[in-house]
Design a protein. Structure first.
Ligand SMILES: [Zn+2]
Length: 333
């Protein structure tokens, strides 16, 4: 993808003067950066530059916020945004690796000049032998971020990755078919590797990306989750909204949607225990030190993210499975 947005825009504090605001711009048609001073205009959020129609001084391209809003990249101080992107999927014996790379710009409002330009590379390695999905981000060839996406409660990925810019817009829609093809290949090849290793059928890892979200983020997080939690269901819309959008209470629901697991609890050591266990539920029961009984298995399978609450109730019932079941049913109701 040679370009991701028509125009990149950020603030520049140094030249602000009274009700006049400086903005800096990068035109992706010709690669020129420029800045300009605007009168302030008030709206619901406060006062901002009145820059609704912009002409690039080098190539003359005309940008209007009203018609091209979704393909403008509005950058806050310190944020980065990709100028270009190349996506590549590679297959190895025990793993698949998705790589994105290209150039990005960084908005620095205190800068004397304009945007900083730099190279980025991100890799996600889905490893069937290790049962991990390691995310790495490099800036100018230097590794700066490195973590495991199987920890589903760690939401950093949605902020760190440039995949967040591949949401449904005019420019990205040209590539929508290719995005779906890459994800399908990734799911199918990974399922095949898992099945030959674990000797049981892996249920489809397909989830919809969601209308407003990135084509990649939710599908990739679900694949990473299923790589560790192989025999559980895909992440539901409710799970995803709770974890990533922090909706603790869904419309009309009670607090039973409040998940008590968090990113600190799902450490690499505990994820390893889960992936080494006979099945996911046995692994979860092992890390919570709960007995492997049908009544408890059923509840954990239904609501795996309420593991610690199941544990609390079990402690109250002092090892009596019947009492545990009764209290749990009452709370569930
Ligand atoms: Zn231009």
């Amino acid at each position: 993808m040679p370009k991701l947005f028509y125009l990149y825009e950020g603030g520049l504090k140094s030249l602000n003067n009274g009700n006049k605001f400086t903005n800096m711009y990068h035109c992706s048609s010709c690669g020129h950066s420029f800045k300009s001073l605007w009168d302030g205009v008030g709206n619901y959020y406060g006062v901002r530059p009145n820059d609704q129609i912009i002409y690039c001084p080098k190539c003359g391209s005309r940008f209007t916020e009203v018609t091209q809003k979704n393909d403008f990249s509005f950058m806050a101080d310190g944020e980065y945004s990709p100028l270009s992107m190349r996506i590549c999927l590679e297959e190895y014996k025990d793993s698949l690796r998705l790589t994105l790379s290209g150039k990005e710009i960084v908005c620095d409002e205190d800068s004397e000049y304009m945007f900083h330009h730099r190279l980025y590379k991100e890799t996600i390695s889905f490893n069937v032998a290790q049962r991990t999905a390691i995310y790495k981000r490099y800036i100018n060839h230097k590794l700066i971020i490195n973590y495991n996406l199987c920890n589903i409660f760690d939401t950093s990925f949605g902020r760190d990755t440039n995949l967040k810019f591949l949401n449904h817009r005019h420019i990205t829609s040209i590539y929508a078919g290719d995005f779906k093809k890459i994800l399908k290949l990734l799911r199918e090849r990974l399922s095949k590797k898992l099945e030959s290793k674990l000797k049981f059928k892996i249920k489809s890892m397909y989830v919809c990306h969601g209308n407003k979200g990135s084509y990649f983020i939710k599908p990739i997080l679900n694949i990473a989750y299923r790589l560790a939690f192989t025999d559980l269901n895909n992440l539901s819309v409710i799970d995803y909204n709770y974890i990533y959008r922090k909706y603790p209470f869904y419309y009309g629901s009670a607090d039973r949607n409040f998940y008590d697991l968090d990113d600190a609890y799902l450490s690499d050591e505990r994820l390893k225990i889960i992936s080494k266990a006979k099945d996911t539920i046995s692994g979860l029961l092992e890390i919570a030190n709960l007995p492997n009984k049908p009544a408890i298995r059923r509840l954990v399978k239904d609501k795996p993210f309420l593991l610690l609450r199941h544990k609390q109730i079990y402690t109250i019932a002092q090892g009596n499975i019947d009492t545990f079941n009764n209290i749990n049913n009452c709370l569930e109701f």
